[in-house]
Design a protein around this ligand. Structure first.
Ligand code: PEP
Length: 252
């Protein structure tokens, strides 16, 4: 049995003051929903405050990225140990980083390795663009991203990873995939290549989330699918009521 997970990716939203307000609003209901692993990923600037508020709450805290080097002259970057001081999770390879900040399969892999070495749980994002989807390339792209992202990772470490299938065309667009389509990609193009690397039992044990315009009104469609274990949520994680609707749907 895989425990459902719902992670909120706040992206570049919320000042420290706004982040503190949202966490304080969320805490009572979020704390009570223990049937779901709940994770909040604020921007770096709010990570310290949010992690302090979440301490001993059972709710996980995570970053939205990290750099693979341990320390040194890398202006603007944040090291794995710095994230691990404040959180347990880190989103890696989000499509916005791949699209706007030059993230590649190779840099994703380096970040996954560095995150695991620091004791973090990476939430590794994969997904095809609209053009790739319409060109019939979903299988090739997603399988490549899974294989490349996991390159050189031991079976013991691979078990700790969470994968998020986020079709790029569905992120922030209001245009979600259908539950069965997302389930097919996860079962066929994520769990299968993972099984080829680490075995069928391991592929059935890892959690794979769906992300892309998840909201209260469509969450149940995704969570009802056999291979979808929860959601990575962007826009709908910024308001208490919207996020709680999704978390509560995952508990059912
Ligand atoms: C995301 O940023 O990971 C995401 C899925 O965004 P949204 O829910 O806004 O589509």
């Amino acid at each position: 049995m895989r425990k459902p997970m719902v992670a909120g990716n706040w992206k570049m939203n919320k000042t420290v003051a706004d982040a503190v307000t949202l966490v304080n609003e969320l805490l009572p209901e979020l704390k009570a929903q223990t049937a779901v692993d709940r994770v909040l990923c604020p921007p770096f600037t709010a990570l310290y405050s949010v992690s302090g508020l979440l301490k001993d709450s059972g709710i996980g805290c995570g970053a939205q990225d990290l750099f693979w080097e341990a320390k040194g002259a890398f202006t603007g970057e944040v090291a794995p140990d710095m994230v691990a001081e404040l959180g347990k999770y880190v989103i890696i390879g989000h499509s916005e980083r791949r699209t706007y900040f030059g993230e590649t399969d190779e840099s994703v892999n380096k970040k996954v390795l560095a995150a695991l070495a620091a004791g973090l749980t990476p939430i590794v994002c994969v997904g095809e663009t609209l053009e790739e989807n319409q060109g019939g390339k979903t299988e090739a792209v997603v399988t490549r991203q899974v294989n490349a992202g996991l390159s050189g990772i031991s079976a013991a470490d691979a078990e700790k990873i969470v994968i998020a299938y986020e079709p790029v065309w569905a992120i922030g667009t209001g245009l979600a995939a259908t539950g069965p389509d997302a389930n097919k990609v996860i079962a066929e193009y994520i769990r299968k290549p993972y099984a080829a690397l680490y075995g069928e039992a391991a592929a059935q044990a890892i959690r794979v989330l769906y992300g892309g315009s998840v909201k209260g009104s469509n969450a149940a469609e995704f969570f009802g699918q056999p291979d979808i274990d929860g959601a990575l949520v962007g826009g709908a994680s910024l308001k208490k009521a919207d996020f709680m609707e999704i978390v509560n749907a995952a508990a059912k």
